[in-house]
Write a protein that binds this ligand. Structure first.
Ligand SMILES: [Zn+2]
Length: 59
């Protein structure tokens, strides 16, 4: 059983490694493109782009 999980970044397809088993809704960052990624499923593990927080129009 592997000690780390390695997934493909949905943005640039670089390897994204997890030191610990990914948990649902965990946010990680791609080391290549600095995109924030969210774990949207764990069986199997699936990554999606995390929602952008820049569009904060309100106070
Ligand atoms: Zn990436």
């Amino acid at each position: 059983m592997p000690a780390t999980d390695v997934l493909a970044c949905p943005s640039c397809e670089a390897d994204v490694a997890f030191a610990a088993p990914p948990v649902l809704a965990e946010i990680t960052e791609c080391a290549e493109c600095r995109t924030e990624l969210e774990v949207v499923a764990t069986d199997p593990v699936l990554l999606a782009l995390a929602p952008e927080v820049e569009e904060d129009w309100g106070e």
